[in-house]
Each structure stands twice: as C-alpha cells, then as structure tokens.
Ligand binder design. Structure first.
Ligand code: DAT
Ligand code: MG
Length: 140
C-alpha cells in the first residue's frame, strides 16, 4: 500500500485546522495510519527541506517550521501521494484552486515564506525519506 507523509504546518495548527485537514484526507478515503504532534527542531526542519537549501526562502521556511507545533501524519491508499497533492492544491495559495486545502483555507500573507497549511510528499522516494525523518520509530 502506498504511503505519504502529510504535515499540518504551524499555521494550520495555530488556526485550528488540524481536524479540517484530517477530515478531508479521511473523507477522500485514505487511511490515517500514524499521527503525532511535535515541535520540530532546526535539524529536523533542515533535513526535511534539504532540497530547498540555498534558495531565498529556505531560512524563512526553516524558521517558520519552528514557529509552533506541527502535526505529522502517515496516510495510506492507492496513489495517495498524487491524491493528497491534489487535495492540497498548488504551492501558492493565491492561485490554488478553490476546493483544495490551500485554495480554500490559505492566502498570501506577504511573508518571505509562503504559508500554505500543509506539506505532502511529492514522490515515493520523498515519502520514504520523510516518513523516516518524522517516524524513525517505525523503521526500527
Ligand atoms: P510544496 O509544499 O507545494 O511541495 P515546495 O516543496 O516547492 O512546495 O516548497 C516548500 C515550501 O516552501 C512551500 O510549501 C512554501 C514555501 N515556498 C515554496 N516556494 C516558495 C517561494 N518561491 N517563495 C516563498 N516560499 C516558498
Ligand atoms: Mg515540496
């Protein structure tokens, strides 16, 4: 069964949208198989977003991920990686389609980093890598 890593990022937790996000995942028919709330530290945040190191929004992104608790979720189902990316919508919430999490619930806040409520793995390789980062206990 395919798995993906979903994060409700600090803006989503602050805005009390954890239930809303999880509800959309469950209503779509995916199964939540693991869930935790945590406060990321710098090392975890840098490791998770390593592909963006060197980009102008990298530091603001890492800082933002440290700005409050996050919720990490493993969701399962056929094609869940692609399916959750569709549910999340485009990275830029201004142009994310209405009906998507980002399109319905986020907007441009004028900050250096885009705050768009959720993260979802973008490939099976990313999902494996990211699940190991947030749920190391599952691969022991
Ligand atoms: P996604 O979260 O849709 O996979 P990404 O991996 O390209 O997007 O970027 C990670 C996060 O960084 C994204 O959710 C919001 C922020 N971000 C991406 N591109 C940005 C940009 N050009 N300016 C500011 N923040 C950006
Ligand atoms: Mg990404």
């Amino acid at each position: 069964m395919e798995r993906t890593l979903i994060l409700v990022k600090p803006d989503g937790v602050r805005r009390n949208l954890v239930g809303e996000v999880l509800s959309r995942v469950e209503k779509k028919g995916y199964v939540i198989s693991a869930l935790k709330m945590l406060e990321a530290d710098r090392a975890l945040s840098v490791r998770h977003y390593a592909e963006h190191e060197g980009k102008p929004f990298f530091e603001p992104l890492v800082e933002f991920m440290l700005s409050g608790p996050i919720v990490a979720v493993i969701a399962e189902g056929n094609r869940v990686i692609e399916g959750f990316r569709k549910l999340a919508g485009a990275t830029d919430p201004t142009v994310a389609e209405p009906g998507t999490i980002r399109g319905d619930l986020a907007r441009d806040q004028g900050t250096k980093v885009v705050q768009n409520i959720v993260h979802g793995s973008d490939s099976p390789e990313s999902a494996d890598r990211e699940i190991k980062i947030f749920f190391p206990e599952l691969s022991k």
